[in-house]
Design a protein around this ligand. Structure first.
Ligand SMILES: Nc1ncnc2c1ncn2[C@@H]1O[C@H](COP(=O)(O)OP(=O)(O)OP(=O)(O)O)[C@@H](O)[C@H]1O
Length: 228
C-alpha cells in the first residue's frame, strides 16, 4: 500500500486567500471525494498538487518520497484537468500508445464505448466522447494516484456508469481523488469525503455534513434523500 500526503498547501491570488493550510491523505485502494462550492478552490488544489499552478506553500509526498518537481510528481500522480488535454489530431488508438506507453490495457479491449472511437482523431469526436477517452487515459496510466477534476460533467448517464465501472477496476491499485458536483454519485463511490470551504479542507464524518456545512441545500429533498 502507498500513501499520498498533501500538506501545508497555501495559495492566494492578490489579496484573496484561496487555500489556507490544506492537508489531505489518500491511500491506494481509496476513492476520496473532494466537494466544495463553485470557486471554493478544488481545481486550484489539484493543479497545485500536480504542479501546473504554483503555490505559496506546497508539500506533497508519496510514502517517503517528497515530490518537489513536475517530473517526479508526474511519475507518481496523474491529473484529469477540468478542461481537456487531448491534442486534436491524435488518433485515439495512438493516444493510448503515446500516453500510456503500451498497447490498450486488458480492461479496455472489450469496452463497447471505446472501441468505435479508436480509429478516430480527437477532433472528430464529440466533447463527451473526448472526455471519456481522457478519463481512461488518466485512470490507466502507471501513476499510483490520480486526481479527477469533474469527470462526470456533461456525460450521459450510461457513460457515467461506465466510468464508475473503470474506477472500480483500477481502484485496488490506485488512490483516487475525485471532485465533481454530481454529489449523489460522489457520495456513492467515495470511501471518504472532504469539503473545501473558506480555504480549509475538512474531512467529513458523514454525508449529512454536506448539508450542515452548506454545500447541499436543506430543502432539496429529492437531492438529499439520495445522498444522506
Ligand atoms: N489565475 C487566477 N487568477 C485569479 N484568481 C483565480 C485564478 N484561478 C482561479 N482563481 C480564483 O480562485 C478561486 C478558486 O477557483 P477554482 O477554479 O479552484 O474553484 P473550483 O472549486 O474548482 O470551482 P468550480 O467548482 O466552479 O470548478 C475562484 O474564486 C477563482 O476565481
Amino acid at each position: 500500500m502507498s500513501v499520498l500526503h498533501v500538506d501545508s498547501i497555501r495559495k492566494r491570488y492578490k489579496d484573496k486567500i484561496i487555500l489556507s493550510d490544506v492537508y489531505l491523505k489518500c491511500q491506494t485502494g481509496e476513492i476520496a471525494g473532494v466537494m466544495g462550492r463553485n470557486g471554493s478552490g478544488k481545481s486550484t488544489l489539484f493543479k497545485i498538487i500536480f504542479k501546473t499552478v504554483s503555490a505559496d506553500s506546497r508539500f506533497v509526498k508519496v510514502d517517503h518520497k517528497v515530490l518537489r518537481g513536475s517530473a517526479e510528481t508526474r511519475k507518481e500522480i496523474n491529473y484529469l484537468p477540468e478542461y481537456g488535454f487531448l491534442p486534436h489530431h491524435v488518433r485515439i488508438r495512438d493516444a493510448f500508445e503515446l500516453y500510456l506507453g503500451r498497447a490498450l490495457p486488458a480492461g479496455l479491449k472489450e469496452d463497447a464505448f471505446l472501441l468505435p472511437l479508436l480509429q478516430k482523431k480527437a477532433v472528430q469526436m464529440s466533447v463527451g466522447e473526448r472526455r471519456y477517452v481522457e478519463i481512461l487515459l488518466t485512470l490507466y496510466s502507471e501513476a499510483g494516484f490520480v486526481l479527477l477534476d469533474e469527470p462526470f460533467k456533461g456525460l450521459a448517464p450510461l457513460i457515467r456508469d461506465q466510468i464508475v465501472h473503470h474506477l472500480r477496476l483500477v481502484q485496488p491499485g490506485k488512490g483516487i481523488l475525485i471532485s465533481d458536483h454530481d454529489a449523489g454519485r460522489i457520495c456513492e463511490i467515495s470511501d471518504s469525503l472532504m469539503l473545501l470551504k473558506n480555504g480549509f479542507l475538512k474531512k467529513l464524518r458523514d454525508r449529512a455534513e454536506l448539508i450542515t456545512l452548506g454545500y447541499l441545500p436543506r430543502e432539496s429533498k429529492s437531492t438529499n434523500q439520495s445522498i444522506v
